[in-house]
Design a protein around this ligand. Structure first.
Ligand code: CMX
Length: 135
């Protein structure tokens, strides 16, 4: 397992991108909508890991609800695993609460993701994810 990215919830993605790219100087590697999760995201490379900015595209988005309740800031930490399907089953068998019964494919199948509820992790939303190799 390795750290893949840290997700930061923001109200205005375009404004936040101006800071992270233009003022801080990070490399923007992806700017896209992830309709499956009702978010727009911007990914910045920071060495071997990424910072992912997320803006909700719908009031019912988990990110919009998070900002409403807790304000902008760190939303989740994502750990890359070799096989997110197997990890999901392993964690379920250990009584862990996950958002999805089966991992969800997002970004045109580029990634498969699931989330561990913060009540299991001592207050941090943990994403487990596998980047699917393009054939
Ligand atoms: N980090 C830490 N704690 C969080 C949290 C987060 N991101 N989101 C919610 N919580 C806390 C709440 O503050 C609340 O705590 P209290 O009970 O102490 O008040 C508790 O968890 C329950 O919160 P809630 O508002 O009732 O929300 P839900 O339980 O309905 O949902 C969560 C919370 C994390 C299970 C849900 O948002 C989820 O399944 N998220 C995963 C999907 C997701 O976040 N998608 C967006 C990102 C997509 C991407 O990365 O591409």
């Amino acid at each position: 397992m390795r750290l893949d990215h840290i997700g930061v919830a923001v109200k205005n993605l375009d404004e936040a991108v101006k800071f992270y790219r233009d003022i801080l100087g990070l490399e923007l590697v992806k700017l896209e909508e992830v309709p499956e999760e009702k978010v727009r995201i911007a990914m910045f490379r920071v060495g071997d890991v990424y910072i992912e900015l997320l803006q909700g595209t719908d009031p019912e988005s988990a990110v919009s609800k998070f900002i409403e309740k807790r304000g902008e800031g760190i939303h989740h930490i994502a750990i890359h695993v070799d096989d997110v399907d197997a990890k999901t089953e392993e964690l379920k068998s250990k009584g862990v609460t996950l958002t999805y019964d089966k991992p969800r494919a997002v970004s045109h199948g580029e990634r498969k993701i699931n989330f561990i509820h913060p009540k299991n992790t001592f207050g941090v939303l943990l994403e487990i994810m596998t980047r699917v190799e393009k054939k």
